[in-house]
Design a protein around this ligand. Structure first.
Ligand code: DX5
Ligand code: ZN
Length: 216
């Protein structure tokens, strides 16, 4: 499996969004993580397809990983596909037919992924493991950046890795150089980091050192 580092745009300076997207691209990170919040699935509101489309316009070759924290992601798949999403992550806790939406995402030519909140047991993912390109184990309660990593989520990562030795397993929330190593040891190979990367003046060296740490 490939190790991937994904800066989360939520922690960027929104007054300079285009420059921030370019800064993330030139950091050497594999993909940009875009957090969409609907003020229903989570209390917060973030942004919609226009920001995905901005990323597509300013950095067309920088892969776009779109995390939909939405109660009804099914109503927006087409809009995000048109905006240039390349992977769409929906939550297993969402209020829609998960099997059908995972299938739809693939049929639209994108990679699909299923995300799991900290309080949701890992067995909720089992019925879908043969239908997903990637799983996202949340390591904070979704809704905002800058929270503390919840280490209690690691047994879920380890269990998924045991069941699927080659599946892409992503962690998201409170990831920095130290917590990334904890997640890597449990079996994660994709690491989302918002505050830790965007708050650095030299994002490239932060990405490099994180990659080195998780590859040991
Ligand atoms: C949390 C989002 C995360 C968030 C991570 O609701 O899904 O992607 O941006 O931010 P940090 O890395 O600051 O915890
Ligand atoms: Zn996210």
């Amino acid at each position: 499996m490939k190790t991937e580092i994904l800066p989360s745009l939520l922690a960027a300076d929104f007054g300079r969004l285009a420059d921030e997207i370019l800064r993330a691209e030139s950091s050497g990170a594999e993909a940009l993580h875009l957090d969409v919040m609907d003020a229903h699935f989570v209390p917060n509101l973030s942004f919609g397809p226009d920001v995905v489309s901005l990323a597509n316009r300013v950095a067309p070759n920088f892969y776009r990983n779109v995390h939909l924290m939405m109660t009804r992601p099914d109503l927006y798949l087409e809009a995000f596909m048109k905006a240039g999403a390349q992977t769409i992550q929906i939550h297993v806790e969402a209020d829609c037919d998960i099997h059908a939406q995972l299938k739809r995402i693939r049929s639209m030519g994108m990679r699909n992924a299923l995300a799991l909140n900290p309080e949701t047991p890992v067995n909720r993912l089992y019925p879908y493991l043969d239908e997903v390109d990637e799983v996202l184990v949340m390591t904070v309660h979704p809704g905002c950046g800058g929270q503390k990593f919840i280490g209690d989520c690691m047994p879920k990562v380890a269990e998924l890795r045991r069941l699927r030795p080659t599946l892409d397993i992503m962690v998201d929330g409170g990831i920095n150089a130290e917590t990334a190593v904890i997640a890597a040891n449990a079996g994660a190979n994709q690491f989302v980091a918002g505050s830790y990367l965007f708050k650095r003046s030299d994002m490239r060296s932060a990405v490099d050192s994180m990659r080195k740490e998780v590859s040991l």
